[in-house]
Ligand binder design. Structure first.
Ligand SMILES: N[C@@H](CCC(=O)N[C@@H](CS)C(=O)NCC(=O)O)C(=O)O
Length: 211
């Protein structure tokens, strides 16, 4: 397998951490969506990352699709999400809310870097979407005392939250008031201390268009 995309992307990071958790061997091509767009286009006309090339040459796009394939490869016993039912939906719901935060934080970063020129109305909306979603997640996490979101074992919810939380804080200093999100901060810190998370990290630069 071959993973395309830089680790400053919260989405690429999430896939790479899952690959390490599953101990699935993979090659990494840290291609930039800007300067290496045409190399990415050879596999994914959307020119987006993460893109995962499977052994049979299939190029998978979109984080949720990629993780679905990895979960299947890992098998039901090791999968970072329950196979079915309310427990599965609960993990996917937290992972999707967390991924939505990253989505909005990436949009805001592109506007800060003037790659797009949105209105104040749009950027204000993104900020509200991020802070309201994190506030909801904080209240839900506060109601749980387990080391990971859904118990003693890590799930996709933990990886998604940690990647989104770290990216949003680093891309937008001051946007998130960490003191108002103590349970999310503790949850993210616990995950970031793990080897699987530490080995998959690239600081965000202000030079995204040139890297
Ligand atoms: N929904 C997508 C989001 C991926 C995404 O936004 N990736 C960014 C990098 S962080 C990207 O490819 N940006 C270039 C573009 O969208 O054209 C997923 O989950 O895979």
């Amino acid at each position: 397998m071959l993973l395309i995309g830089q680790y400053d992307s919260p989405f690429v990071r999430r896939v790479a951490i899952a690959l390490h958790c599953y101990q699935l061997p993979f090659e990494h091509r840290p291609w930039s969506v800007w300067s290496d767009a045409e190399q990415i286009a050879a596999h994914n006309p959307l020119r987006r990352v993460p893109t995962l090339l499977l052994e049979d040459g299939t190029a998978l796009v979109e984080t949720f699709t990629i993780l679905d394939a990895l979960d299947e490869l890992a098998g039901p016993k090791r999968a970072l999400v329950p196979a079915a039912g309310p427990d599965r939906r609960a993990v996917l719901r937290v992972a999707a809310l967390s991924a939505g935060v990253a989505d909005k934080a990436v949009t805001l970063l592109y506007s800060a870097l003037e790659l797009v020129k949105p209105s104040e109305r749009w950027t204000g909306r993104c900020r509200t979407q991020i802070s309201d979603t994190l506030a909801l997640l904080e209240s839900e996490r506060a109601a749980r005392s387990t080391p990971y979101w859904f118990g003693d074992a890590m799930s996709h919810a933990d990886i998604a939250l940690s990647c989104s939380y770290r990216f949003t804080r680093e891309a937008h200093p001051g946007l998130i008031d960490a003191s108002a999100l103590p349970h999310l901060a503790a949850q993210a810190a616990r995950c970031e201390a793990l080897a699987e998370f530490r080995r998959v990290y690239l600081p965000i630069t202000n030079q995204l268009t040139k890297t």
